[in-house]
Design a protein around this ligand. Structure first.
Ligand SMILES: Cc1cc2nc3c(=O)[nH]c(=O)nc-3n(C[C@H](O)[C@H](O)[C@H](O)COP(=O)(O)OP(=O)(O)OC[C@H]3O[C@@H](n4cnc5c(N)ncnc54)[C@H](O)[C@@H]3O)c2cc1C
Length: 581
């Protein structure tokens, strides 16, 4: 590592040594004849306790050595506020700073990706490849059905590089939440990893129980591959663009080299004949690198002064992000809690529910969503967006597909009030899983060091805000349900000043936050539907440039996203190997 690499040729140049990038590089170099270089903009950080120790989970946030610290544009439909979007910088990328939640989407969400024109991207394939990435460590227990400890072996990976476990003890806030949700009509799931997540469940974590450390792309995939002579990993190498041959063949343009900045010098690395570039810079920077390479929308390239090589109108479009809200409560002194503030992230109790379970008003709300979609259709919907929104409407109508997520956090979490150290609190976190709004991420200039312009267009489709209002009301309904009702003294934030829908809306605009799950900026869709990559993850109009990271997911899923990224990487490697034989 950290070798200044001479201008030599490789079979694969991987841009970004993050979650997907290291997984792909490690798998490809299992074949000793295949030579791979990974160019990562950040530092290695290997063995750094701020990354490896679960109890230090937020220590990397806001530190530019570890965190890209992106800022969104001002959001006109969200009070003109700007929002900070953290992303991991260094080996392992965002898997080095995430919150350890190991979750998987419902089968229906993955099958929807196939329905959008992507054969082979369905739930069966998801299971096959995601299990390949995981080794699950069952809990040591005499009672396999004990709350928080139940699991189904057939849904869990047995010999993959990433270790998962039930690392954070199930505590009485988890039980309080889960029992209240059950009393509100949800069912308890034995194991939410088999494609049915609707109900109450306990999530695993990507913590290796053998030494209680973070299991992530750098430890899981890279450590076992790092001594291979056919793998070179260069850190602090900021890729600026991909260069193509002058001639365009029948199948498109061929990438010949990748340009990057290392120690203040601009350098090139070359690609062998039959070789490929794998773009794994994440959903925020992969579209920027395509644009700096001359691939994208004509008006974006013209504005930054980059000559167009391939017109692809979908680059940096169709951006979707999960938004999240906190509702915090003060616990009654009588609540017999042994729960201490979590020694790690401590997030284990999850629930996913359909809109129909969240409110008795669901059918009127669905009519409102249909009307909003139809109103927008009268205007100018981007190509392919109608199909996506129709699938979202179908999912809203379906009682078995979840639309929103509830997470119990056994501590105080709110940007508004200051907690009293003499009191105890817990927080219910809600997540909007399938936003209707669509945003953009585009290069702001031709300077590779400039952050891109990030415009998620939060709440441009007002229905997203309406759903968040329903979430807060649902949580208030939980607070009025036993056993939670007797366990709390008061709701702290938003609190009693925010009762009317209008007031709740204003509160949400000020205090919602990102869950760092951006998708869609290099969507896998048919080209005429604003696709950037085909189902083999190849960029349209190129012969040997693939995008392998979260940016390719075209429609959002009800899950935290790391398992999906490992799945994409594992499947990409099979596709690549299949093409080379
Ligand atoms: C704070 C936070 C908490 C999260 N919590 C969870 C969680 O609890 N559970 C969960 O499932 N998911 C969580 N996620 C999301 C999950 O971690 C990400 O979706 C996933 O890791 C993204 O993988 P990726 O490969 O697409 O991108 P990344 O892992 O971000 O990799 C991109 C890599 O490319 C590098 N790079 C970018 N530009 C360049 C360039 N020009 N040249 C060279 N290198 C470049 C970056 O430095 C980075 O290493 C969280 C994310 C964050 C940020």
């Amino acid at each position: 590592m950290d070798l200044p690499i001479p201008e030599r040729e490789f079979d694969f140049v991987v841009i970004g040594g993050g979650t997907a990038g290291l997984a792909v590089a490690s798998r490809l170099t299992e074949d000793s004849a295949v030579h791979v270089v990974v160019l990562e903009a950040g530092q290695a950080h290997l063995g750094d306790p701020k990354i490896s120790r679960p109890e230090q989970v937020t220590q990397t946030f806001g530190d530019p050595q570890y965190d890209w610290l992106f800022k969104t544009e001002k959001q006109p439909f969200s009070g003109d506020n700007e929002y900070t979007w953290s992303r991991g910088k260094g080996l392992g990328g965002s898997s080095a700073m995430n919150y350890f939640c190991w979750t998987k989407p419902p089968a229906a969400d993955v099958d929807a990706i196939e329905k959008l024109g992507n054969p082979g991207w369905n739930w069966d394939e998801y299971m096959k490849y995601s299990m390949r990435s995981e080794t699950f460590h069952p809990p040591a227990t005499d009672d396999p059905d004990a709350p928080g400890l139940s699991f189904e072996p057939k849904f869990r990976g047995k010999d993959g590089p990433i270790h998962s476990s039930i690392a954070f003890p199930y505590n009485d806030i988890d039980e309080l939440t889960q029992q209240t949700l059950v009393n509100k009509g949800l069912r308890r799931l034995k194991d939410p990893y088999g494609g049915d997540i609707t109900g109450v469940s306990t999530a695993s974590s990507n913590v290796n129980p053998s030494d209680y450390t973070r299991s992530y792309a750098a430890t899981g995939y890279f450590e076992s591959a790092r001594d291979r002579p056919n793998l070179v990993v260069l850190t602090e190498a900021m890729v600026s663009r991909v260069l193509f041959s002058e001639k365009t063949g029948e199948e498109g343009k061929t990438a010949t080299s990748v340009e990057y900045i290392h120690e203040g010098r601009t350098c090139l690395v070359h690609i062998r004949a039959q070789g490929e570039v794998i773009l794994s810079a994440g959903a925020i920077q992969s579209p920027k690198i395509l644009e700096l390479s001359g691939i994208g929308r004509p008006e974006v390239l013209a504005a930054i002064g980059v000559d167009m090589k391939i017109q692809l109108d979908g680059v940096g479009e169709n951006v979707q992000e999960h938004t999240s809200m906190d509702v915090s409560f003060e616990l009654a002194r009588s609540f017999p809690s042994t729960a201490k503030p979590p020694s790690g992230p401590g997030i284990t109790a999850f629930a996913y529910l359909p809109l129909t379970a969240a409110t008795s008003n669901a059918s009127a709300l669905i009519d409102l969503a249909v009307e909003q979609v139809q109103t927008r259709c009268l205007g100018s919907l981007a190509p392919g967006l109608k199909e996506q929104l129709d699938l979202q409407l179908d999912a809203l109508r379906d009682d078995t597909t979840p639309d929103f997520e509830v997470v119990a956090f056994p501590g105080f979490k709110s940007p508004v009030s200051t907690p009293d150290p003499a009191k105890r609190y817990f927080t219910m976190v809600t997540v909007l899983n399938h936003p209707f709004s669509r945003g953009t991420i585009h290069a702001k200039s031709a300077d590779p060091l400039d952050h891109p312009s990030i415009d998620p267009r939060y709440f441009e489709n007002d229905f997203d805000l309406e759903l968040h209002v329903q979430h807060i009301k649902y949580i208030r309904g939980l607070a009025a349900t036993e056993p939670m009702k007797s366990a709390i003294v008061r709701e702290v934030d938003p609190g009693p000043e925010y009762i009317s829908d209008e007031d709740i809306r204003e509160y949400i605009k000020k205090y919602h936050w990102t869950t760092w799950h951006t998708i869609g900026s290099c969507s896998m869709l048919p080209k005429e539907k604003n696709g950037v990559v085909d189902p083999e993850l190849k960029v349209y109009g190129t012969t040997n440039l693939r995008v392998v990271d979260l940016s390719v997911i075209p429609l959002h899923i009800a899950a935290h996203t790391q398992t999906t990224v490992y799945m994409i990487a594992e499947k990409a490697v099979d596709i690549i190997r299949g093409n080379r034989t």
